[in-house]
Design a binder for this molecule. Structure first.
Ligand SMILES: [Mn+2]
Length: 289
């Protein structure tokens, strides 16, 4: 897979951020996508912006509130389901690399819910399951660009690039470093996969290099669902770390040209994953009696 995915200039695009092994939210997002395929005569796309894997293995009684809605990690199943969906709808289902996937193909091993989550998942999957998962991860792009102005990455748009070619040339293997951790300090891959914030100067430079007007990413948890930064950045939380009421996804018109994140409206481009649980603040239908 090319490092940079170029989205078409027509159709609907649904955007889902960090699932971290949450099968229930994955299934709900697929339902939203299949509804869009019907609504837009088959011209719909779905993009996952990385970190589809590595969730908690915690019993309900030990579950801390800050992790949001309870679920149990199903990383291996989510990856297999993703590959099946991508095969069922060729060219319409996409995923970007997250820092958690990168650990399986040369990046530093993450330690969010285990001392070594990469080793843990590979142990659960076994050698053939691991090989299969790595094959799927190798199809993930590092970034996605579009004519509608949206540029997608896993982390915040802090990468120091002059053009898309700098992303195309990125080496993800980690083989050039003394330690996989050294990738964190690199100006392109380290930022794309790990940056939690970008200054306005960094974001504008990144967007100019990509020919875009707004950066859309996840990686961080926004408990309220999403957060805009200036005119050009939006961090979206579709699943991980949130309660169902606050989970949101984006729905973009690829034929449009968005001037920036202020063009994204609640109830139109910003939508609740579970409308019946979401407050009116997020365009939900929750009735308060
Ligand atoms: Mn991440």
């Amino acid at each position: 897979m090319a490092r940079v995915l170029r989205l078409p200039d027509h159709g609907r695009l649904l955007v889902c951020t960090d699932l971290q092994g949450c099968m229930r939210d994955y299934v709900r997002m697929v339902e939203v996508f299949e509804e869009a395929l019907l609504q837009y005569q088959g011209d719909a796309h779905l993009i996952f912006t990385g970190d589809l894997i590595h969730g908690p293995h915690i019993d309900p009684e030990d579950w801390p509130d800050f992790l949001g809605e309870y679920y149990r990690d199903a990383s291996g199943e989510v990856m297999i389901a993703y590959a099946g969906l991508a095969a069922r709808y060729p060219g319409r289902v996409h995923a970007l690399l997250g820092n958690h996937e990168h650990g399986h193909i040369g990046g530093p091993h993450t330690a969010k819910f285990a001392a070594d989550e990469v080793a843990l998942l590979e142990q659960i999957l076994g050698p053939s399951g691991t090989a299969r998962m790595r094959g799927i991860i190798h199809t993930f792009a590092l970034a996605a660009v579009s004519k509608c102005g949206a540029v997608f990455t896993h982390g915040a748009p802090a990468a120091q690039i002059e053009s898309v070619a700098d992303l195309e040339a990125a080496d993800l293997s980690g083989s050039q470093y003394a330690s996989p951790l050294d990738v964190l300090d690199t100006p392109v891959v380290g930022k794309v996969l790990w940056a939690r914030q970008a200054s306005q100067v960094e974001a504008r430079r990144f967007l100019r290099a990509c020919g875009g007007t707004m950066a859309i990413y996840g990686h961080d948890v926004v408990p309220e669902g999403y957060e805009t930064v200036g005119d050009e950045q939006i961090c979206v939380s579709t699943s991980f770390g949130l309660f169902d009421a606050n989970k949101v996804y984006l729905s973009l018109d690829l034929a449009n040209r968005y001037k920036g994140v202020r063009d994204l409206r609640i109830g139109h481009e910003i939508l609740p994953l579970y409308p019946s649980k979401a407050p009116a603040r997020l365009g939900g239908r929750l009735q308060v009696s």
